[in-house]
Design a protein around this ligand. Structure first.
Ligand code: TYD
Ligand code: MG
Length: 463
């Protein structure tokens, strides 16, 4: 007797399954996230060896660690320096890279630019889009000066068709623009559902690893900024990159949050121009370009993103609250961290902020989440409260503890060097990080070690 097709309900947030519909997922707590999907056919042990098997290496069995020869991954350059940097030095053959970001931020633009460059250098590239027609992609390509390159465009959403085209074109690089639009004929659920996305990613992974074709997937993000659909996707791929930035600013940041072949939190900075994304080799200069002179509430902090130090301006505005409850608004730094820093300021530096609205903003739409940025944020707030200007040529960094102490942080000499190169004359930093060996990198820049926030504020607010 033929078996009746069974259906399961799958949480679109975490992938947990249930035979019945549930209003709230018992595993991840998401509301209204269950969607009916057809159950995956039971795989018998023999059948599992079908398409779901790929050879990562020639060896069939386990091998002794000592017998495995070390292979250097030759990196393929995308022709865009900043993009190579986030990837850890270029694209690794056979790797699967997920690029996430909000709509309209520039994912398709960046990948089309990389595709055109790589088609010229490494061979044919297949750009498969489920969102735009070939004509739309071509009209964008004209702005990006794609020119003559073996770049194949495919407007297709069916996974099986995409795999067929990969087999036919034999590309050196595959780009699938939005994994959420791809669907497999094997599943009946809608494109973008967890089953479909997982199947698409897994099949493309087999192709990438099995045939050694590096593959880029574009992923949509939800309102709260996480990748739409399954978290499972992040586990499947080798590298996860996020596109950040604000629509109202021209600069964009690509950040690595997972990378099996390089450092995480590495970051590439771009500027969106009328002819596509342009790498920004000196981000500090860009972030400090519009810094006001002699304005209270502005401080420069030095943050390290991956292997790169970046100077950014933090602005604070403290004004007496017109309503009963004071507002605390943080833009570019963590709201919780701001609350903590305000409590430390009140308790340890004697500033009275009850009944004041506090607004903190990292200029240029940048985000910093390093504890080393604490000191800059504190100084900007104190500068606004006391209405005293922090000298234009002072930069600072350091973590602040609950007792009001300034704690040492990592990579101090990188930060000092960047500040010195950008023409800063004074660097307020944790006393614990003062190292006579850094004198060389500091050059003209005076290094001022502080141990408490009292000392730091005295130093920052004195002319
Ligand atoms: P796009 O790459 O389509 O975004 P995504 O794929 O992430 O949804 O980028 C679209 C935006 O970029 C759009 O608002 C127009 C802008 N843009 C430029 O400013 N200059 C350009 O050369 C291109 C191609 C796009
Ligand atoms: Mg797009």
């Amino acid at each position: 007797m033929p078996k009746r097709p069974t259906t399961v309900f799958v949480c679109q947030e975490c992938g947990s399954q249930s035979p019945k519909w549930l209003g709230r997922c018992g595993d991840c707590g998401a509301w209204n996230s269950f969607v009916e999907e057809r159950a995956q056919p039971e795989t018998t042990p023999g059948a599992a060896a079908g398409p779901h098997r790929y050879a990562l290496a020639g060896a069939a069995g386990a091998r002794l660690y000592a017998d495995i020869e070390l292979e250097q991954h030759p990196r393929l350059s995308t022709g865009i320096d900043e993009f190579d940097r986030v990837l850890g030095g270029g694209v690794v053959p056979g790797s699967l890279v997920l690029l996430g970001g909000e709509p309209g931020i520039g994912k398709s633009t960046l990948l089309l630019q990389a595709a055109a460059n790589m088609a010229r250098t490494i061979g044919p590239v297949l750009y498969s889009s489920g969102e735009e027609s070939e004509h739309q992609i071509k009209s964008r390509g004209e702005r990006l000066a794609v020119g003559k390159a073996p770049l194949y465009l495919l407007a297709e959403t069916c996974l099986e068709r995409i795999l067929e085209e990969i087999a036919r074109v034999k590309p050196a690089l595959v780009i699938v623009d939005s994994v959420q639009t791809v669907f497999s004929l094997k599943f009946q659920s809608a494109p973008g559902s967890i089953g479909q996305v997982r199947e698409a990613a897994t099949q493309l992974l087999f192709t990438a690893k099995g045939q050694n074709i590096p593959t880029f997937l574009v992923g949509h993000v939800t309102k709260d900024g996480s990748l739409a659909g399954p978290k499972a996707l992040e586990h499947v791929v080798d590298t996860v990159l996020y596109f950040e930035g604000e629509r109202h600013h021209s600069h964009r940041v690509v950040r690595a949050v997972k990378n099996r072949f390089g450092a995480v939190s590495e970051l590439g900075v771009f500027e969106m121009t009328s002819t596509g994304l342009r790498p920004v080799p000196n981000p500090s200069k860009m972030f400090l370009a519009e810094r006001p002179s002699n304005a209270p509430g502005s401080a420069v902090l030095c943050s390290v993103e991956g292997s790169r130090p970046i100077l950014v301006e933090v602005q604070a505005l403290v004004s007496s609250s017109t309503y009963g409850t004071a507002r605390r608004t943080a833009n570019g730094i963590d709201q919780q961290r701001l609350s903590l820093l305000l409590a430390v300021l009140e308790k340890r530096a004697g500033l009275n902020l009850i009944g004041d609205d506090v607004f903190v903003n990292i200029a240029g739409g940048m985000t910093v989440d390093e504890p080393a940025s604490d000191l800059g944020v504190l100084a900007a707030i104190a500068s606004s409260v006391r209405n005293r200007v922090i000298p234009q040529t002072t930069a600072m960094f350091g973590e602040v503890g609950l007792a009001g102490e300034v704690r040492g942080i990592t990579q101090a000499n990188l930060r000092v060097r960047e500040a010195a190169q950008m023409g800063f004359r004074r660097c307020i930093m944790p006393g614990a990080n003062i190292d006579p060996a850094d004198r060389g990198v500091a050059g003209e820049c005076e290094l001022l070690g502080v141990r408490t926030i009292g000392e730091a504020l005295d130093a920052a607010l004195s002319p």
